[in-house]
Design a binder for this molecule. Sequence first.
Ligand code: A3P
Length: 297
Amino acid sequence: MEGNGEPPRLIEFDGMALPPFLPLKQDAKKRFEEIRNLECRKDDVILAVFPKSGTHWVWEIACMLLKNKAEYTKETKEFLFLEAIPDISLVDNIPSPRPLNTHVPYRWLPKQHIENGGKIIHVLRNPKDVAVSMYHHFDNTKEFGEVPDFKTFYEAQYLGPVKPFGGWFAYEKEFEEAEANDTRGTIFTVHYESMKKNPIEETKRLAKFLDVDVNDEIIAEIAEKCSFRKLKEANATVKDHSRLSKLHPNAREIMMKMYRKGEIGDWKNHFTVAMNEQFDAKFKEEMKDSKIQVQYE
Ligand code: A3P
């Protein structure tokens, strides 16, 4: 988020278009290198997620599991958002286990975390709903300037020559390759749609991955408290947005719109038949060597 109301300029680094978070605006390369070289603890957990795929949601679930309590974290996930926090050394003061989170592609994740065999939670959402969610997010934040309509955003930015965080296809293909080479089982992928359809089962699976011994009652309570409606309400009533407000004058308003619809298939209200056919053809070509099964319904 940027804080001074000036019109955003495109920040480009390593083939990615980046939002104007202060550290990225100042020196994107420096921040990416700081992330890559971050000093990690063995029990750190990193949520590495392509934007608009459900980061806030799964971060909250992970925090509850790590605490073994269905209790909201007062802080927003932004306080451990590696590319946005003003000074990366702020994470040094956070007690373990730290639920760090980032949208940087796999190749930029902290080297030491990967060497340590540290846990990585990856959320994957179907790219049509991601496009819609990102369009509304950009319209809300103006991070990439004015967004006239969905089609313009979709053609010029989502599928444009320099895509946000490198674009869904590159991001997910890179992650898939990392997962295929992950002999130690350090990457956990959860599909947004599976979490939506089977929150209890998926939360249980995540608990197992995190090695936390949580009983069924707490699992059910976590799934319930992290349902879209409840989490949206908690975002407005429990979360402390004051730290964010120091970074951006409209932080609270932006955060309120973060929980927009929380559904599977909103793409049907945004894609024309022609756009949909064109996207399916592009998907087929881009993902021809991939085993990822996206869920559009
Ligand atoms: P929509 O814009 O489609 O509503 P991120 O946290 O990565 O920015 O992702 C934001 C998306 O996740 C938004 O999607 C938001 O509504 C959705 N989301 C947040 N909490 C959710 C929940 N508990 N259940 C389902 N979707 C949720």
